[in-house]
Design a protein around this ligand. Sequence first.
Ligand SMILES: [Zn+2]
Length: 188
Amino acid sequence: MFAVPGEKLAEAEEFIPSEGAYEADGIVYAASIGSVRYDHDERTVRVVFPKRAPRFNVVNSIVYGRVAQTFDQYVVVELFPYNTKRYRLIPPSKYAVIHISNIRKGFVENARGEFGVGDWIRAKIVSIQKKRFIQLSTEGAQYGIIKAYCSFCRRPLVRKGPMLCCPRCKRSFKRKIANDYGNPKLPR
Ligand SMILES: [Zn+2]
């Protein structure tokens, strides 16, 4: 199981939060992005990100992040993880940009039609200028949204072809979706 920060993992009565997890009001949540590991003997739950973290500060590195803002011509991505003890390689900037020309192959009319604020994405660094201005690309089947929530009711969205659909309020959204949306494979 793949989790993103804030995702509910268990009741605190059932599992104790370990690495990458925390408890609030009797519920255990993910504090990190990664794979969820339940230890039924120790009654702990942790969220594990691969030990060999992506090399953030190198062009062609694969990065993970959350869409922070969307504009007509580009989107701003908050890179994750950032500035934590666990990761030695820290991106030169907390934020990166995906220009409309780097979203997908072919013509894209508006970047807002490809990503929503709060979407979790996998992308590739295409350039780093002045050691801090990072440009990302989501061109290619493995790049794009790996997890997203309905902007109206916050339910996890379900993939249907090129669309992401909300099972509750039935709204659907056209998006740049990664081919392993929903249960993404993380780098080893
Ligand atoms: Zn909804």
